[in-house]
Design a binder for this molecule. Structure first.
Ligand code: SAM
Length: 235
């Protein structure tokens, strides 16, 4: 992968960046995403934020080599602290981390999102945590995708600022309201795998010396929810 050849996962993220946006790509690593978007003239400019010096240097080098320093600024900073008010960022991208870490990054400097209208998030796990965060912090899901690459499934969540985001059920928060409605083959395969894994965990938990009743009940609920959804989508 490089800035001219994004992975399927990052290309899907890129699809949801609106033309003319000013983006902050938080945890940018090589800055392939903002460089790709700037080269293609999709974004007006933005920030490539990184908290680790090695990847930050990679991002700086990529931006310099592609002569995009007038459009993209690399900043060594923790999470949203990479954004300054004068950057006029309207879109924040956070991809390739766990849902809990993405939620933490968004929560710890929430006031820095004041001018941001769109969040494009790609959690590797913990999607339910992130959907709950969006729903309770004034962001309405607009689209969701699930893509498969190199044996992994990745969900992409796109949310825009809203006064009254739709209040989702626990099922919608777990499976994703848009993914539930579309239920494509990748979605079905993901939840078939997750069902098998959850049943294995249940077996292990039940064979413990002291069986934790609350955990068993939680796993039973999750198994029923997955079975119900898979049955409904005809899998
Ligand atoms: N976003 C790229 C992508 O999706 O391909 C890179 C993903 S990489 C797995 C995660 C990156 O996020 C790493 O470079 C890591 O250093 C960075 N990161 C983790 N926590 C961060 C934080 N709090 N602030 C900024 N960057 C962070």
């Amino acid at each position: 992968m490089d800035a001219d050849h994004l992975s399927v996962r990052l290309a899907t993220v890129a699809k949801y960046v609106l033309p003319g946006s000013r983006i902050a790509d938080i945890g940018t690593d090589h800055a392939y995403l903002p460089v790709n978007l700037a080269k293609r003239g999709v974004i007006a400019g933005g920030v490539a934020g990184e908290v680790v010096p090695g990847p930050f240097k990679n991002a700086q080098r990529e931006i310099e080599q592609t002569q995009l320093t007038d459009k993209i600024t690399a900043r060594l900073a923790n999470g949203l602290k990479a954004m300054e008010p004068s950057d006029n960022i309207d879109t924040v991208v956070i991809a390739g981390m766990g849902g809990a870490l993405i939620t933490q990054i968004l929560t710890q400097d929430f006031d820095r999102l004041a001018g941001v209208n769109r969040l494009i998030l790609q959690p590797n796990v913990g999607e339910m945590t992130l959907r709950t965060f969006l729903m309770t912090h004034g962001f309405q899901l607009q689209a969701e995708e699930i893509v498969s690459e190199d044996g992994h499934d990745y969900e992409i969540l796109v949310a825009d600022r809203a006064d009254q985001p739709e209040q989702y059920t626990e099922e919608q928060l777990r499976f994703g309201p848009f993914l539930l409605a579309a239920h494509n083959a990748t979605f079905i395969a993901k939840w078939q795998r997750e069902l098998k894994r959850t049943k294995e965990v249940l077996q292990q938990v039940q064979s413990a010396k002291e069986v934790p009743a609350a955990k068993v009940a939680e796993l039973h609920t999750k198994i029923s929810e997955i079975e119900e959804v898979l049955q409904r989508v005809g899998a």
